[in-house]
Design a protein around this ligand. Structure first.
Ligand code: NAP
Length: 484
C-alpha cells in the first residue's frame, strides 16, 4: 500500500476511534462537553486526512463551501432559540441526506458520462456493489431530505401541523415504494449495458425520475404524522441521514464515512427507541397513530373541570410553604423553556438552599420537546449536575417531600399515566408529585399539555395552582422569600 494511502487510513482509524469515545462521553452530563469536542476534533482529522490524502487539486469550491457553512452554522448556533432546536436538527438532517444523495448522484453521473475504453471498445466499469450503494444512497438521501424538510415545516408552522390523512394512503405509499425498488433494480442491471452501448440518455432520465419519486416518498411518509410527534420523527430521520452517509461511504469507498454514518444511524435509532419508550408508545404508533395531532382542547377526555375546582394560590403563600420546607423537589417541563425562567429558578433554589432546604431537580426523560431539553436549560443556568435526579430516584420517597414545585410541566406529572388504564398516557412513567405533602403547579391556565389530556393533579387536595407565566411567578415568589 502506498504510504500516502496508509497514513490516510490510519488517520481514518484514529478518527473513528475518537468518534466512538466522543459518543461514549456524551452519555453523561459531566463528560458531554468534552465528548462533543472530541467528536469535533475527530471530524477535523477525517476532513484534513481526506483533503490532503486525496490530493485535491481545486480548492476554491471547498474553501467557498467551508466559509459559507461556517458563517451560516455560526449564525444559527448563536441566534436560534432553544425551543427551535428540534426543527434546526431537522434541517441539518435534511441537508445531511442531500449531501449523501448528491455524492451518490455525482458518482452515478460520473459512471455514465466518463467513457472507459479498453482495446478500442467502450466498457462499463460500474461494479455491482458500487451500483447498489449508489441506489441506496440516492433513495435514503432523498427520503431524508424531503422528510426532514416537511418535519422542519411542521415544527416551524410553515406546513400544517395536523396529520394529513386520506383514503388508501398506506397503499399508495407501498406502491410508490415498490415502484422505487423496481427502478433501482432496473438501473442497477441496465446501466452497465447502456454505458457499454454509449447510450446513457435513457438511464440518466430514469435516474432523475428515481430522485423525484424518492423525494415524493419522503413527503408522503411524514405528512400523515402530527406536528407534536415531529421530534420523534426528526430523531428517526437523523438515523436515516446516518444510513445515507454510510451508503455514501460505500459509494466512495471511504471507511470513516461508513463508520461515522453507521454510528449516527445506530444512535438515532437508539434515541428514537428511548423517546418512544419514555412516552410509552411504539414507533408504529408514532408513525401511523396521529397521537396528539391537535395538542389541544378537542382531545380532553372526561368531565369538564373549571377554575372553581382548583385551589388557586398567590406567590406569598408559596414563598411561605417553601421557606419552611425541609425538602423541595423541582419538576421542570416544557413551560420552563417557553418562559425562559431557568435563571430565575436557579436563583430561587439558591435562596432556598441558603436557608437549609434540600433542593432536588427531577428531570423526566421526555419533559420538554426534545431529548435532554431540560438538562440543557438547567445547564444554561449552571445548575450543578449532582442536583439533577431521575424520576425513579425520588418517586419511592416522594411522600416525605414537603413541596414539589412543578414549573411548566404537565404530562410528566399526570397521575392518569399511573392510575387510568383507559388513558392515552397509561403506562408512561411519571414523577409522582401527587403523592408529595404539597404540590405547587405553575402554569398559565388549565389547558392541557402535549398529550391534550386533562390532569387530575390540578384538582388534588394537596395541590396548589399558581397561575401565570412561570418566569413572573418565580420572580414574585423570590421577592416574597427575600422579605421572610
Ligand atoms: P407538557 O405536557 O407539554 O406541558 C407543558 C405545560 O407548560 C403546558 O400545560 C402549559 O400550560 C405550560 N406552559 C406553557 N408556557 C408556559 C409559561 N410561559 N409559563 C408557565 N407554564 C407554561 O410538557 P411536559 O410535562 O414537559 O411533557 C412533555 C410532553 O411532550 C410529553 O407528553 C412528551 O411525551 C412530549 N414530547 C416530548 C419530547 C421530548 O423529546 N422531550 C418529544 C416529543 C414529545 P399553560 O398553557 O396553561 O401555561
Amino acid at each position: 500500500m502506498e504510504t500516502r494511502v496508509l497514513i490516510m487510513q490510519l488517520a481514518y482509524l484514529l478518527s473513528a476511534v475518537l468518534f466512538i469515545l466522543g459518543l461514549k462521553r456524551l452519555s453523561h452530563p459531566d463528560t458531554a462537553r468534552g465528548g462533543n469536542r472530541l467528536a469535533a476534533i475527530s471530524m477535523l482529522i477525517a476532513v484534513v486526512a481526506t483533503l490532503v490524502g486525496e490530493q485535491i487539486m481545486t480548492w476554491q469550491w471547498i474553501v467557498g463551501g467551508v466559509l459559507t457553512g461556517t458563517v451560516i452554522g455560526g449564525f444559527m448556533a448563536r441566534f436560534v432559540k432553544m425551543t427551535a432546536m428540534p426543527q434546526m436538527v431537522g434541517l441539518f438532517n435534511g441537508l445531511g441526506g442531500l449531501a449523501s444523495g448528491l455524492v451518490a448522484a455525482a458518482e452515478y453521473l460520473r459512471y455514465t458520462h466518463e467513457k472507459v475504453v479498453e482495446g478500442g471498445v467502450v466498457v462499463s466499469d460500474v461494479p455491482l456493489d458500487g451500483s447498489i450503494s449508489i441506489m441506496l444512497g440516492t433513495l435514503i438521501g432523498a427520503v431524508t431530505l424531503s422528510g426532514s424538510f416537511v418535519a422542519f415545516g411542521k415544527l416551524q408552522g410553515i406546513v400544517t401541523e395536523k396529520a394529513v390523512k386520506y383514503p388508501g394512503q398506506q397503499v399508495l405509499n407501498a406502491i410508490l415504494f415498490l415502484g422505487i425498488l423496481a427502478t433501482m433494480a432496473y438501473l442497477t442491471l441496465v446501466t452497465p449495458e447502456a454505458i457499454a452501448a454509449a447510450d446513457t440518455g435513457t438511464v440518466n432520465i430514469v435516474y432523475y425520475a428515481l430522485w423525484g419519486a424518492a423525494i415524493l416518498l419522503g413527503v408522503l411518509l411524514v405528512i400523515p404524522i402530527g406536528g407534536a410527534d415531529m421530534p420523534v420523527v426528526v430523531s428517526l430521520l437523523n438515523s436515516y441521514s446516518g444510513l445515507a452517509a454510510s451508503a455514501a461511504g460505500f459509494v466512495l469507498d471511504n471507511n470513516v464515512l461508513i463508520i461515522s454514518g453507521a454510528l449516527v444511524g445506530a444512535s438515532g435509532l437508539i434515541l428514537t427507541r428511548i423517546m418512544c419508550k419514555a412516552m410509552n408508545r411504539s414507533l408504529a404508533n408514532v408513525i401511523f397513530g396521529s397521537f396528539g395531532q391537535v395538542a389541544g382542547k378537542e382531545l380532553i377526555k372526561g368531565e369538564k373541570r373549571t377554575m372553581a375546582d382548583v385551589n388557586d394560590v398567590q406567590p406569598d403563600d408559596v414563598a411561605m410553604l417553601l421557606a419552611y420546607a425541609k425538602q423541595v423537589v423541582i419538576v421542570p417541563g416544557y413551560g420552563l423553556a417557553v418562559a425562559q425562567a431557568q435563571h430565575k429558578l436557579r436563583e430561587l433554589c439558591d435562596n432556598l438552599e441558603n436557608r437549609g432546604v434540600t433542593v432536588k431537580y427531577v428531570v423526566h426523560p421526555v419533559a420538554g420537546r426534545m431529548p435532554g431539553h431540560m438538562n440543557v436549560l438547567l445547564a444554561e443556568a449552571n445548575v450543578p449536575y449532582n442536583q439533577l435526579y431521575e424520576p425513579e430516584d425520588v418517586n419511592p420517597d416522594i411522600a416525605n417531600v414537603d413541596a414539589c414545585l412543578v414549573v411548566g410541566a404537565n404530562d410528566v406529572v399526570n397521575p392518569a399515566a399511573r392510575d387510568e388504564p383507559a388513558s392515552d398516557l397509561y403506562g408512561m412513567p411519571i414523577i409522582e408529585v401527587d403523592r408529595a405533602k404539597h404540590a405547587v403547579v405553575m402554569k398559565r391556565s388549565l389547558n392541557p399539555g402535549f398529550a391534550g389530556l386533562d390532569n387530575e393533579l390540578f384538582y388534588g387536595r394537596n395541590t396548589m395552582m399558581l397561575f401565570g407565566d412561570a418566569g413572573d411567578s418565580i420572580g414574585r415568589i423570590l421577592e416574597e422569600l427575600k422579605q421572610l
